[in-house]
Design a protein around this ligand. Structure first.
Ligand SMILES: [Fe+2]
Ligand SMILES: [Fe+2]
Length: 405
């Protein structure tokens, strides 16, 4: 998993229970400052070797979330005796590709990392650390979810279970690589703490599939777009992690293809009016979350030579095009009104952030936020109700794993 989805939640049930996960050894660091959630290095520091300080947790509506689901229902969904649409031969072909493990030796660091980190200074250094933290949290979130799915589906469907386990392997690798990068800034995310302390957002299995499919595909498009941009404009290559994105994004693409195959094994997730409504809902949620998040961090994208809004629209258009091959309906993102509405949401979100950061007492802040949240919701609803694009091609025999680029 590489992207985040937070703005809108279809389920009101939240699980506060913390599933038991083992924290892999690869995530344990002792010689650096550890981050509980969103600590950053001192932005004004000109001495890269100076130890960073811990800061407070910054949880917002747009913070990457951890997900949990109804694992019993998920087991039933992938029980081949209950669901005759499940074609394990197709899953087995995909499994072989996962087992090949194309990126086994890809994530190897070199001395360029530390040297580049030491050169990053001022606000860009701070925003860079935040990028690493958020990306690491999003990847780690995928690791936790897939690992648990791999464990829980073992008895019902060992092939699907193995695929989830191999996806969790990939996500652990991605999260570990990002956390190692944080060590270049003398920081490390405390992933063991995150596993235990963070709230888990509950999604029914069907919705986990919609959300993870889009997260994987949007992650693919984000990584490949940044990679291609920096290949063409190497003067913005300020930190070597981006050079790894080309192979990295293929992991996300394969993950998305597997989730796509899982959804096709349940045609009712894709072929009726409810599926159309849910598809549009999840597209909206994922796109808006990314747009609002990225517009809050334009200095990061500008720092690597991108125009934030152009970058996001490119990613949204490509992800939407990819999703249109699976989902029965998608948003009309080419309609100029779509971006206009996104921009309006950015404005409202900035006002909400300004209220949050004001010196008002909490009650006053909440009162001031009410009309702003109401107008944000009204923009969301208006965007959701824009005429959609009919799409999709639910052909159970059609899919096969493939590379996009
Ligand atoms: Fe990933
Ligand atoms: Fe992934």
């Amino acid at each position: 998993m590489a992207a985040e989805m937070a703005v809108v939640k279809p389920i009101s049930k939240f699980s506060y229970a913390t599933p038991k996960f083992t924290t892999p050894r690869m995530f344990s660091y002792s010689k650096f400052s550890t981050i509980r959630m969103s600590a950053t290095s001192n932005p004004s520091s000109t001495n890269p070797s100076k130890k960073a300080t811990k800061t407070e947790i910054k949880e917002t509506l747009l913070t990457p979330r951890f997900y949990t689901t109804d694992f019993d229902e998920m087991e039933a969904l992938f029980n081949t005796e209950i669901n005759k649409n499940i074609n394990n031969d197709e899953f087995e072909a995909m499994l072989q590709e996962f087992q090949t493990d194309y990126n086994k030796t890809h994530f190897v660091r070199n001395k360029e990392f530390k040297e580049a980190a030491d050169k990053l200074d001022g606000p860009l250094r701070q925003i860079f650390v935040e990028f690493l933290e958020r990306s690491c949290t999003a990847e780690f979130s995928g690791f936790l979810l897939y690992k648990e799915l791999g464990r829980r589906l073992k008895k019902t469907n060992p092939i699907v279970a193995e695929m989830f386990s191999l996806m969790s392997r990939d996500e652990a690798r991605h999260a570990g690589f990002l956390n190692k990068s944080l060590s270049d800034f003398n920081l490390a995310l405390d992933l063991g703490f995150l596993t235990k302390a963070r709230k888990y957002t509950f999604f029914k299995p069907k919705f986990i599939l919609y959300a993870t499919y889009l997260s994987e595909k949007i992650g693919y498009w984000r990584y490949i777009t940044i990679y291609r941009h920096l290949k063409t404009n190497p003067e913005y290559q300020c930190y070597p992690i981006f050079k790894f994105f080309e192979n990295w994004c293929q992991d996300e693409n394969r993950h998305g293809d597997f989730i796509s195959a899982m959804m096709k094994a349940h045609p009712t997730f894709l072929n009726d009016w409810k599926a159309k409504l849910w598809s549009r809902f999840f597209c909206l949620s994922v796109y808006v979350t990314m747009y609002l998040n990225d517009c809050q961090r334009t200095s990061f994208y500008e720092g690597i030579g991108l125009n934030t809004k152009e970058f996001d629209m490119h990613v949204i258009i490509e992800t939407n095009r990819t999703a249109a091959r699976l989902f029965p309906a998608v948003l009309d993102v080419a309609n100029p009104k779509f971006q206009q509405r996104l921009d309006k949401m950015v404005e409202i979100n900035e006002k909400i952030a300004a209220v949050s950061e004001s010196d008002d007492i909490p009650v006053v802040k909440n009162l001031k936020k009410i009309p702003l949240i109401a107008s944000l919701v009204s923009e969301l609803v208006a965007t959701y109700l824009m005429p959609p694009v009919e799409s999709g091609s639910v052909n159970l025999a059609e899919f096969e794993p493939r590379l996009v680029y």
